[in-house]
Design a protein around this ligand. Structure first.
Ligand code: SF4
Ligand code: SF4
Length: 667
């Protein structure tokens, strides 16, 4: 794929250049020469941006190849005079082909810079040796074409070639520059050169690399923890853009240990240390998933040692995992799909089999069991938890703050008899009659804390000519997964999956309202239940609404422009969601502006934990407050329960879900 961009002083200049190239390309296509099979021309800015975005992502995708041989950036970033580039590429490819290697190759023709990433399995000693062989061969080839090994950034292990390439005079100047900025050789020590007065050695191509440590982890464990092992260190997760969902915990702490890359690195080291202690992690996990493996007394002893300050590397990993919001942005925004929430849950599961858990973990892990019970006594509980005495006590003992208020009246008081689940009735209906129904999958947040939203969804479904039916509440298990109660999560998931799978034969869609719980049915259920997950499919409200026609409906026209703030899990996993809402609003003659935002800082229960207050607020102020401040409360719409709760606690008003607005304007 070649991308060609023209710049010129006048539009006519550009046109002439483009015409000349197109004429050439047309001839090539017609005569089938030079490998040209076609081309596309654009001057549209959004198209151009899409092409560059594809170019940017392709580097990441390259790192995402399956298998143990991964493209490595060790012989790349070479630069030869552009007029030599074509011949250089031909020889470079022949060189790699002679070693039977797969590789990715991209670059900048105008500057003669080439990025080449041969795929090697660095845990295989024979392939590891190839790194030296190929490096030496590429150095010779680059010198032959009058080039350099450092086109743009000097990544990789190549400093030992520096003195020869630069010559004594230039290399000495480089060392002096290094001395001026880094006299103690602390920054990438020896990667390009050492300070002039330093006796340190340059990094050798044969120097110790990550594979030295990775090799100490057994293949089974490596495969099982693939979602941490495959991080290739490209650093795309060191993201400072406050309007990007990528890693809120890194953004707010500025600490690399709290980034996906940092956590993947900590996890690999932790796995290596377990291996060195001859812990068969996968076997222990199997035992853990069945129930207990150590006694409460042993756990008490370990916890006491921890309190006494006995060192264990696990505590460092735990500290980093505690800062993670489990927002899942990394699982989609990282080009390699490094999945921190999954390995974090496994780590916490293991860690807390050894060390006692704080009380709040039990509170969060059991929220789906306690919420239905509490909802029955909402009129008593709500005023009590609001008192400063009780809220202070909860904060002190459990470490939980700003407990949300339960819905009054409760959801089951808002649905009529015909809207309650009736499997017998559904089974008796014809397929067409079943298709009139929409089965609502409950979640603990909207059902018990925002029953008015579920009620609005019922209204909207009815307005669309369908019949809503509320399924009985079944815990989803997401809070258990977040806290690493994997044994309990598996049981919960099994139970929910069994229930939902029995509805597979009913020709009616299953629809849920909370993005993180619906995504849990898709992702975490697959991982924990594997082939036992079954085929049930729960859609999110916008996915179902997208299939409905609004053309027969008339919306009350209101003179307000709405702004949609999306849930970050939705933004990363289902990037089309915002545009679906926009299309629905357009169809009804309403204006909905969509905007990019980072994480609101709530992320399920993270923002309710006392220890996270400062970070939760900082994230809100960084990514949400500027947009909230620009809009009037009635203009703001938000799809996430957590996000709406977060706005409420800092702004004292709660944005509506788009469903609530639609139900209102259509009535
Ligand atoms: S976690 Fe992903 S984005 Fe971050 S360095 Fe690793 S591979 Fe790159
Ligand atoms: S889940 Fe979110 S906070 Fe945690 S590492 Fe991934 S992006 Fe960062």
């Amino acid at each position: 794929l070649n991308m060609v961009e023209f710049n010129a002083v006048s539009p006519q200049d550009i046109k002439d250049k483009v015409d000349t190239l197109c004429k050439l390309l047309d001839e090539c296509v017609e005569n089938q020469t030079n490998g040209v099979i076609g081309y596309q021309l654009t001057s549209d800015k959004s198209d151009i941006l899409k092409i560059y975005a594809m170019r940017k992502k392709s580097v990441g995708l390259l790192g995402n190849v399956k298998g143990s041989q991964k493209p490595l950036a060790f012989a790349e970033d070479t630069a030869v005079p552009p007029e030599n580039l074509a011949d250089y590429i031909v020889e470079f490819r022949a060189l790699l082909d002679s070693h039977n290697l797969q590789y990715g190759m991209f670059g900048h023709v105008d500057a003669g810079v080439l990025h080449v990433r041969p795929a090697l399995d660095m845990c295989d000693p024979e392939q590891e040796k190839l790194l030296r062989t190929i490096s030496d061969e590429v150095v010779k080839l680059t010198a032959k074409y009058g080039g350099l090994m450092w086109g743009e950034h000097g990544k990789g292990y190549r400093s030992e070639y520096g003195p020869e390439f630069f010559g004594e005079h230039l290399f000495t100047q480089l060392r002096k520059i290094k001395s001026a900025f880094d006299p103690n050789n602390k920054i990438n020590p020896g990667k390009i050169c050492t300070p002039i007065e330093s006796k340190d050695s340059l990094v050798s191509v044969d120097g110790q690399k990550r594979s030295y440590f990775d090799k100490q982890i057994s293949i089974d464990v490596k495969t099982s923890f693939n979602n941490a092992m495959t991080c290739n260190g490209n650093g795309l997760c060191f993201n400072y853009d406050e309007n990007s969902p990528m890693c809120p915990s890194y953004k707010v702490t500025g600490d690399r240990r709290n980034s996906p890359k940092g956590r993947a690195g900590l996890m690999r080291e932790w796995l290596r240390l377990q291996e060195s202690k001859e812990v068969n992690l996968l076997e222990v996990e199997k035992e853990l998933n069945k129930g207990e493996v150590i006694t409460w007394w042993e756990r008490f002893v370990h916890s006491r040692e921890k309190k006494q300050g006995v060192y264990d590397f696990s505590h460092e990993v735990k500290a980093s995992m505690d800062e993670c919001l489990a927002c899942k942005a990394c699982t989609t925004a990282c080009p390699i799909k490094v999945d921190v929430p999954t390995f974090r849950a496994r780590f916490l599961n293991y860690y807390h089999s050894y060390y006692a858990r704080p009380l709040k973990d039990y509170l969060v892990g059991n929220i789906e069991n306690s919420a239905p019970l509490m909802a029955k006594f909402a009129r008593v509980i709500n005023p009590i938890v609001k008192t400063s005495l009780v809220s202070g006590l909860i904060k002190k003992t459990v470490g939980y703050v700003d407990t949300p208020q339960l819905s009054i009246p409760a959801l089951n008081k808002r649905v009529n008899k015909a809207q309650k689940f009736n499997l017998e009735l559904l089974k008796k209906l014809s397929t067409d009659e079943q298709n009139d129904y929409v089965l609502i999958v409950q979640d603990p947040f909207t059902s018990f804390y925002e029953a008015e939203l579920v009620e609005s969804f019922f209204t909207l479904i009815t307005q669309l000519g369908k019949k809503p039916m509320l399924l009985p509440f079944k815990p989803n298990g997401k809070p258990q997964h977040v806290k690493g109660f994997l044994h309990e999560f598996k049981l919960t998931a099994k139970n929910a999956a069994e229930f939902l799978n029995q509805l597979n034969d009913i020709n009616a869609p299953l629809v849920g309202l909370d993005a993180s719980l619906v995504m849990c049915y898709r992702d975490e259920y697959n991982t924990i239940l594997e082939s036992n997950r079954g085929d049930f499919n729960v859609q999110l409200a916008h996915e179902w609404l997208e299939t409905q026609s609004f053309s027969a409906l008339k919306a009350k026209q209101i003179n307000t422009e709405f702004t949609l703030l999306s849930h970050c899990t939705e933004t990363t996993a289902l990037p089309k969601a915002a545009s679906v809402w926009k299309n629905i609003f357009d169809e009804l003659g309403l204006t909905l502006n969509t905007t990019n935002t980072g994480c609101c800082g709530m992320a399920g229960t993270y923002g309710h934990e006392a220890q996270n207050q400062a970070n939760s607020k900082a994230l809100y102020e960084m990514s949400w407050k500027p947009i909230v401040d620009k809009n009037k409360p009635e203009q703001l719409l938000s799809t996430g329960f957590s996000c709406r709760s977060q706005v409420k606690r800092y702004e004292k008003f709660k944005p509506k879900h788009p469903i609530e607005l639609l139900a209102k304007v259509l009535s």
